[in-house]
Design a protein around this ligand. Structure first.
Ligand code: ADP
Ligand code: MG
Length: 326
């Protein structure tokens, strides 16, 4: 099973940041409102996440570490209308096949906490008693220790940590009601305090900066079952902003070609050519209209009515940037 898991890991676990992303999504799926991340040496040495989510029952721990075990899809119908973030049941199994992973958890209704770790060629899971408050801790140490070929592709500590920070920012931008803290090598690096779920702009101020919010054009619009809310950097702040391009579909971060293209086109029609517009865009569409399983790392979506979505974005964004004169 280890080999099969490692092959799957090749798809999902590219680098430390991909581990962070999977762990964060699991915590959010578990309803966590407080997430703490402790990173050592860019994640090469250790990635530890603690959450206050629903936890995993003792007799589910082993299952959580095995492949294709997911508690999130009950019927095929769910697949089509999937709302939860993770659904493939592979992440933990894959990660544990290329690292030393321990999972410690305590559901609120369970008296004691238990810890599961996964070892050896056959990935035997051992479960032992532990001390832990309600919620879970996932500790991923020595990533790629047993896959030298992958380890070779790891970049400098600093680069890997930057990728981790990007992942956190995206997740934080789409979950304002959750608090996040991030430490690197024991030092606190970021702290986003929870704000109301509908106060996206407050979270954007925490993540991107108050200056961006103060200068951005804000637009919110509904049309034929789609909704968009966006903060659009104006001409003056677009220069050095290639690191401020965030788009979300149904609250998932997406670097989707269609969305990027639509936004560029909107800036172009409003301002003339724009190389790097800065923006934070939240798009909401009927879940039945999108396929999020295009890529295992889930950065891309497929819209059933892609033309409609594209044109909706172009029109909304360009009208907001340069209101049409009646
Ligand atoms: P998936 O998220 O696709 O179901 P994963 O391998 O990421 O698959 O996780 C396996 C299972 O472990 C999840 O379905 C969930 O039941 C459980 N799990 C993982 N992380 C957490 C967490 N932080 N809190 C509660 N349950 C978790
Ligand atoms: Mg998952």
């Amino acid at each position: 099973p280890r080999l099969a898991n490692q092959i799957a890991a090749g798809e999902v676990v590219e680098r430390p940041a991909s581990v962070v992303k999977e762990l964060l999504e699991n915590s959010l799926d578990a309803g966590a409102t407080r997430i703490e991340l402790d990173i050592e040496r860019g994640g090469h040495k250790r990635i530890r996440l603690r959450d206050n989510g629903c936890g995993i029952e003792k007799n589910e721990l082993e299952l959580a570490l095995s492949r294709h075990a997911t508690s999130k899809i009950a019927t095929l119908n769910d697949l089509e209308r999937i709302l939860s973030l993770g659904f493939r049941g592979e992440a933990l199994a894959s990660i544990s096949s290329v690292s030393r992973l321990t999972l410690t958890s305590k559901p609120g209704a369970q008296r004691e906490a238990w810890q599961a770790s996964c070892e050896g060629r056959d990935m035997t899971v051992t479960v032992t008693p532990a001390a832990h408050p309600d919620g879970s801790t996932i500790d991923v140490a020595d990533l790629f220790y047993n896959t030298p070929a992958r380890r070779k592709f790891l970049r400098a500590e600093k680069t890997e940590f930057q990728h981790i920070e990007e992942v956190i920012k995206r997740v934080a931008l789409s979950h304002p009601q959750v608090s996040f803290s991030l430490k690197h090598n024991g030092k606190s690096v970021r702290r986003y305090t929870a704000v109301a779920a509908d106060k996206h702009h407050q979270r954007i101020a925490q993540v991107v900066g108050q200056k961006f919010i103060d200068n951005a054009t804000h637009v919110a619009l509904d049309y034929q079952g789609m909704a968009i809310e966006a903060w659009l950097g104006n001409e003056n702040v677009t220069r050095s902003s290639n690191d401020c391009q965030y788009s979300f579909v149904n609250n998932r971060a997406m670097r989707d070609k269609l969305i990027m293209h639509a936004i560029r086109q909107a800036y172009e029609s409003a301002y003339g050519y724009h190389e790097q517009p800065s923006f934070v865009v939240y798009l909401t569409v009927d879940p039945a209209q999108v396929d999020v399983n295009v890529h295992p790392a889930k950065h891309e979506v497929r819209f059933q009515q892609s033309r409609l979505v594209h044109d909706f974005i172009v029109k909304t964004v360009s009208d907001a940037l340069a209101p049409p004169t009646a």
